[in-house]
Design a protein around this ligand. Structure first.
Ligand code: AMP
Length: 397
């Protein structure tokens, strides 16, 4: 487990501090449509303001593929941050990110003021973790703070490369919080520890299953991936999503779980349809079996009840992946009821990023969870037990 220094462990007064944030917010006609990621960065930014750092913020946005794309400029983010903080904020509009403007504005910084750099992915070197851009970025600062959990699983110039040139490299409050909640849940969980996995494919979750099977008391499986497991148990699954090359793996996992005394919960009924459509008639099955012309698009009502009971009795719950095609109203009940069970439970509830985080927020249960991870890919890799390079590169305590 990580034991990394945070900004509270170092002196930032008067120092030039380069902060890697995750400002990868959705934009529509230059307007920010969801500012959660900006709000999530404020505790670190405000701490640095209050403690008199000279603050240089950087982030990527979207995929400009190594060249300037005006529609992916960080300017709207800089404007919004200027409204949210109580200090002077300037935007260094350099297409090469570390250019004349950035250097001049950084030199002019007074304690507690902010410069925001242009989209780091305007530079093609960024995603290659190439030396030149890492050196340029680090040359602006004396200290590096990584607070972008969403890109912590990527070794890029602005997440890893800069740490080669800046001896002091620590995490911000957002990463600290992610490490605490995800780390404690997985490595130090209060028992019973229940993990819920869903989403489309088994193949996307294999490494998570492999890692968690040694730690959990129960594993709840829903979503499209459940049908490969049901098929492995010999049930009829009709036209449901299935990965034929993963059936043996599913069998192996079921055997392994049994040998270890880990409970694997699979659907005992399904909500099915004749076609993959929001307007399709929803048909509930009697049991696990799905007839030839139908496909499973959600867990059934009996399953929802069994899963909810398991969640209510847990002390720690980690959830990644929806229980069905929650984007279609008729097939959202499974995901909704699992989210509700988490919201109602006293357990420590951790939601992996991506679709499950979106589902919980859309359903209005966001503030009922202990922690919703800000990183889809990063939280999945954390749950897989992988080393996240952007965190590994920071100073140990
Ligand atoms: P993932 O990105 O792997 O977490 O998968 C999320 C996607 O899985 C969502 O878009 C869901 O609509 C989809 N999904 C969940 N259950 C099913 C299912 N039974 N059949 C097809 N797709 C599903």
């Amino acid at each position: 487990m990580y034991n990394k220094k945070s900004i509270k462990d170092i002196d930032v007064k008067g120092k030039k501090v380069l902060v890697r944030c995750d400002f990868n917010v959705p934009l529509e006609d230059g307007r920010i449509t969801d500012e959660n990621r900006i709000i999530g960065a404020l505790p670190t930014i405000n701490y640095l303001i209050e403690n008199g750092a000279k603050i240089i913020l950087c982030s990527h946005m979207g995929k400009p593929k190594g060249e300037p794309k005006p529609e992916l400029s960080l300017k709207p983010v800089a404007d919004r941050i200027a409204e949210l903080v109580d200090t002077k904020v300037t935007f260094a509009k350099d297409d090469n990110v570390v250019g004349e403007n950035a250097r001049r504005e950084v030199e002019a910084l007074k304690d507690g003021e902010i410069v925001i750099l242009e989209n780091t992915r305007y530079r093609k070197e960024e995603t290659k973790n190439a030396e030149e851009f890492s050196k340029e970025l680090s040359s602006l600062a004396e200290v590096f703070v990584n607070d972008a959990f969403g890109t912590a699983h990527r070794a890029h110039c602005s997440t890893v490369g800069v740490t080669e040139y800046l001896d002091t490299a620590v995490c911000g409050f957002l990463i600290e919080k992610e490490l605490k909640f995800l780390g404690d849940a997985v490595e130090n969980s209060q028992k019973p520890f229940v993990s819920i996995l869903g989403g489309a494919k088994v193949s996307d979750k294999i490494n998570v299953i492999n890692n968690l099977i040694d730690k959990v008391d129960s594993l709840i499986i829903g979503g499209g991936m459940a049908y490969t497991f049901l098929k492995a148990q010999g049930f009829e699954i009709g036209k449901s999503l299935v990965e034929s090359d993963k059936i043996d793996y599913a069998k192996e996992m079921l055997d392994k779980a049994e040998a270890k005394g880990v409970k694997i919960l699979l659907p005992v009924d399904n909500i099915t349809a004749a076609e993959f459509s929001k307007d399709a008639d929803a048909v509930v099955t009697e049991d696990q079996n799905i007839s030839a012309d139908f496909m499973g698009l959600d867990i059934g009502p009996k399953t929802q009840k069994i899963y909810s009971d398991e969640i209510v009795n847990a002390k720690t719950v980690v959830w990644n992946g929806p229980m069905g095609v929650f984007e279609f109203e008729k097939f959202a009940a499974g995901t909704k009821n699992v989210a509700k069970a988490l919201a109602d439970s006293d357990a420590v509830t951790i939601i992996g990023g991506g679709d499950s985080a979106a589902a919980v927020n859309i359903l209005g249960f966001g503030d009922k969870m202990t922690h919703i991870s800000t990183g889809g890919g990063a939280s999945l890799e954390f749950l897989e037990g992988k080393v996240l390079p952007g965190i590994d590169a920071l100073n140990d305590k």
